[in-house]
Design a protein around this ligand. Sequence first.
Ligand code: GLV
Length: 324
Amino acid sequence: MPVARLLVTARLSDPAAVERLRDAGHDVVVRDEVRPADADELRRLAADRDGLLCLPADRIDAEFLDACPSVRFVANHAVGTDNIDLAATAARGVAVTNTPGVLDEAVADHCVGLVLAAARRIAEGDRLVRDGGWTGFSTDLLLGLDLAGATAGLVGVGGVGGAVATRLVEGFGMRGLYVARRPHPELEERLGIVRATLDALLGEADVVTLHVPLTPETRGMIGAGELARMRPGAVLVNVSRGPVVDQDALVEALREGRISAGLDVFADEPLPAGHPLTSLPNAVLTPHIASAGRLTRSRMAHLAVDNLLAMADGRTPPTPVSGP
Ligand code: GLV
């Protein structure tokens, strides 16, 4: 087996995954940092490498690939691949893999957490108690949305969207609408959810959850017009990618108080300190941690390593996105 020169671009939550690369006899450089590398550092570290294990914050674009022509394969430690310019990798014959499937349940759990937190105003209640502003039980304190019998609108029903639909319908007694490029008869039969247009879903759903990859088609798909179509009192939850939503339009909609939101992803990450979202009580914000189950992150790391080892050996990787 040839020895490959590999770079792991940041510390992984499970060091055993990285050890597998060394045990396989490869020349492994690990950037032992939690913070993502900036573009210059990434280029410097990758300059003599054959393959990378990288994170969603690492931009693998034409400029990077031209600066690091030795890089022939990239294993993304994420299901989303919007940090990678797939046209640029394809044009240069660079293979790309991702980590689908293993994070579906954890991301769905977090999504439902955000649904509950926004619908039942849990973060607002937490702040009220901590800040000493709670004056005692009252019948109209922090009234929120009842989930049982309400309508969930799922935008995308791949692995994550399907797992969210299962939780909201079977666990909370919601009815469900979904938007997808093709019908999903198995989900329709099992959960009784119904396929709809985006416009119809936005007009009917009390809870809208987003589960689409970021592509040129989905960038900004929830803009001012779509937010205006949402029902008064509805909840929008985004666990996909920030730019799927027009964040400035969302800030305006939240300021008007017509809807509330649970957001794990943002237009720019990290969300800058003092961003208008941070002062809106009807927004629940988490720092891109939807897949951060201990076991899930370990599974993601091992799947990324499986992919990297396969590509280093010239085998077909388990979860390819695009070939060499
Ligand atoms: C995380 O955001 C992922 O795409 O896996």
